[in-house]
Design a protein around this ligand. Structure first.
Ligand code: ADP
Ligand code: MG
Length: 680
């Protein structure tokens, strides 16, 4: 492989460096067809039309009124057209449209009182160079800061530099579907001669979609290969710690929890490494299932690590798990970015020497300085907050450890497949008994006064309340002011019973704030979305969310899940700032109508479009550039089988096709998978 190919494809580039492929992966969403040349007399109002004209004369705007347009009048054998320019540069127009010359102009025409005009033609080209006019012009989604022309030029240039790549798709499949090659497909889409090449179900698009799926499935397959095929350790269910844990818990496991644990337990006991997703709505009680799994691993002298996305959540897991673990004879440590100096060293030593059984923490768990004695089980909580590489990094800390990822985000089956390959799934359907629905109300901000009266009554009664201030995307400092302002306002009114927690506080400040709330020293907690995921204060029964219209539905669902965790009747008040749009209103109504996470996710999808809900940002799922899951899902199934077959025959991708497939992996930024190949 020549150096130029690797450079162009960005091989060995940093993961976030822009690559050539990023440009050509931008798919046009439509085309402008400039082939229509009906002649001036027959041009249809409002359509993109190309006409060849003779320039007759220029009509400059009067000097005293520069706001009037500059006009150029021309004709063909059927009639007359006026080209209209605002704020035009006279010299440029005179050079582009010399009187008496033949030119081709293309753009949208308007007909007014029978008179045809074209405002700012897209193209003005001398008739002698007619062929310079792109007949079918792709239209790209507008990307921040790039004009359509700049983007198009960049893409054309990138395409010109793309080396001819070898075929990585199986020959029979190429034949059977009539697929164009990767290079040809890209050319057809970016420099189309026929509009039929562009729609998502066209052959070129199918080809690229398949490439994208295949790269994804192959990468997953490689990870899977690494984690599952290589035998894991068999962690037999012995019942020593697990039974003690059942006895020590303040409740009995629900049937669903027992079922999920049974599935996990079986995986742990087998000598294939586990790769399982535990999916359960907010408040369904996933943590204790994970705890049972950790106990089973401890019965076999293995260590478990539980990685949470935030310090608050890691701290909370530690606070619930450590005391119970101690009762049954297991040692737990907490490792976040916070512990320093000697204390940290002690924790690290204990992990390395195998003195600790359960390690709970944040991203700190995957730092290089952390050595595990024998990591047998890696658990990731709230998986949507983590990327694939973080999952891999945690796995790499052990020798084929079992892996359990937990999520409250309902993920459709096809997406599970794209994100995790053939990962096994356990689902917690019902919530622990005695849970009541959270009563949800929608309130305009003007009724804040009324709300405060009700808060007062609730506080008198002894209730615990979350008060959520929204994230201010544009500015963290603005966000801080808004929480602090709200805190001061409420503090003035209700006194020291009001607490505050936000992302800019230090770790121990956050802990203290959460602890105070948990213990009831404060009972009205003003918070940012730091409490969004996982936080568990079972006797909190009211949550008030300001500017609820700014949140995503899944986010609101997560937030609402902070209450209704005990047996108390709980409520959720969604404050909005009027006026709000129809969609925003519909979204808030969904929250009032249902508590079902699946339905909420579906409605969110419907109301906001796929990207928002299923984008990497919210769910940790991959985004596709070329493929469209709705149109190409059959290709996904084929790609998955294909990937399996490839890895069976050529697990290290060394055959000729294997080498080509490595290029494919680079193209689609699956560098992590390539690294796995290198490692062995
Ligand atoms: P999530 O699935 O959202 O992570 P958690 O694991 O935080 O949910 O559990 C939510 C709450 O339910 C916790 O307070 C937990 O102690 C409680 N809980 C879990 N399982 C049961 C059960 N079987 N019976 C009663 N309460 C339970
Ligand atoms: Mg949780």
């Amino acid at each position: 492989m020549s150096l130029s190919i690797s450079k162009l494809l960005g091989i060995d580039a940093a993961q976030d460096e822009p690559r050539l492929i990023d440009l050509i992966q931008i798919m046009p969403h439509s085309v402008i067809d400039r082939r229509q040349r009906p002649g001036i007399a027959n041009a249809i109002d409002g359509t993109v039309t190309t006409v060849e004209i003779v320039v007759d004369y220029h009509q400059e705007p009067p000097k005293f009124n520069k706001r009037l347009p500059y006009r150029v009048i021309g004709h063909d054998e059927t009639g007359e057209i006026t080209l209209v320019f605002f704020h035009a540069q006279t010299s440029w127009l005179q050079s582009q449209l010399p009187i008496g010359e033949k030119v081709v102009v293309s753009g949208k025409v308007e007909r007014f009182n029978g008179q045809l005009s074209m405002v700012h033609p897209d193209y003005i080209i001398p008739a002698s160079r007619n062929e310079k006019l792109p007949l079918i012009e792709p239209v790209y989604p507008l990307t921040a800061g790039l004009s359509a022309k700049t983007l198009q030029r960049a893409i054309t240039e990138a395409l010109a530099r793309l080396p001819l790549l070898p075929e990585w798709i199986d020959r029979t499949m190429v034949k059977q579907f009539g697929l164009p090659s990767f290079n040809v497909a890209l050319h057809k889409i970016h420099t189309p001669i026929d509009p039929s090449d562009l729609p998502v179900d066209s052959l070129p698009r199918k080809r690229l979609a398949y490439d994208e799926f295949l790269a994804g499935q192959l990468a997953l397959g490689l990870v899977r290969h690494k984690t599952k095929k290589l035998a894991g350790k068999a962690n037999i269910l012995k019942g020593t710690y697990t039974q003690k844990l059942r006895d020590a818990l303040p409740f009995t496991l629900t049937q669903g929890q027992n079922q999920a644990f049974a599935e996990i337990s079986k995986d742990l006991a087998s000598n294939e490494a586990m790769l399982r997703l535990l999916q359960g709505d907010v408040g369904s009680g996933k943590t204790v299932v994970a705890f049972m799994a950790m106990a089973q691993v401890a019965e076999n002298n293995g260590q478990s690590a539980l990685m949470a996305p935030t310090e608050v959540l890691a701290q909370q897991h530690f606070a619930t798990i450590a005391p119970l673990a101690k009762i049954i004879g297991l040692k737990t440590v907490l490792l976040t970015g916070r512990e320093k100096g000697k204390l940290r060293q002690q924790v690290l030593d204990d992990i390395k020497d195998g003195k600790t059984d359960i390690i709970i923490g944040t991203h700190a768990l995957i730092q290089e300085s952390v050595d595990y004695h024998h990591l047998s089980l890696a658990i990731i909580d709230e998986q949507h907050r983590f990327g694939v590489h973080q999952r891999l990094n945690l796995l790499a800390k052990g020798v084929h450890p079992d892996m359990l990822v937990m999520t409250a985000t309902p993920i459709p089956r096809t997406l599970v497949m794209t994100a995790f390959g053939d990962m096994d799934v356990s689902i917690l359907k019902e919530k622990p008994a005695g849970r009541k629905n959270v009563i949800t109300a929608i309130l305009p901000e003007e009724r804040l006064g009324e709300l405060l009266d009700r808060v007062n009554v609730a506080l008198q009664r002894g209730d615990k309340i979350y008060w959520i201030c929204p994230l201010v995307e544009e500015s963290e400092s603005l966000e801080l002011t808004s929480v602090e302002k709200r805190f001061e306002f409420l503090h003035q009114r209700f006194g020291d019973i009001v607490g505050i927690v936000h992302g800019k506080m230090t770790g121990s400040e956050k802990d203290q704030a959460m602890l105070n709330f948990k213990e009831g020293k404060t009972r009205l907690l003003v918070a940012t979305t730091v409490v969004e995921v996982g936080v568990d204060v079972p006797d909190a029964s009211i949550i008030i969310i300001e500017h609820a219209e700014r949140f995503g539905l899944s986010q609101l669902h997560q937030l609402r899940g902070r209450v209704g965790r005990g047996d108390k009747q709980s409520s959720c008040i969604l404050l909005y700032k009027a006026p709000i749009g129809k969609i925003a209103e519909a979204r808030l109504n969904v929250m009032r109508e249902t508590q079902d996470g699946f339905r909420i996710a579906e409605e969110d999808l419907r109301l906001r479009g796929e990207g928002e809900v299923l984008g990497t940002r919210q769910s940790g799922l991959p985004e596709f550039h070329m493929a469209d899951l709705e149109v190409h899902s059959d290709l996904l199934t084929i790609a998955r089988k294909d990937a399996q077959l490839i890895l069976e025959k050529d697990p290290h991708l060394i055959s000729e096709r294997g080498q080509a497939l490595r290029l494919l992996l680079y193209l689609f930024r699956k560098d992590g998978a390539i690294r796995l190949l290198r490692a062995g």
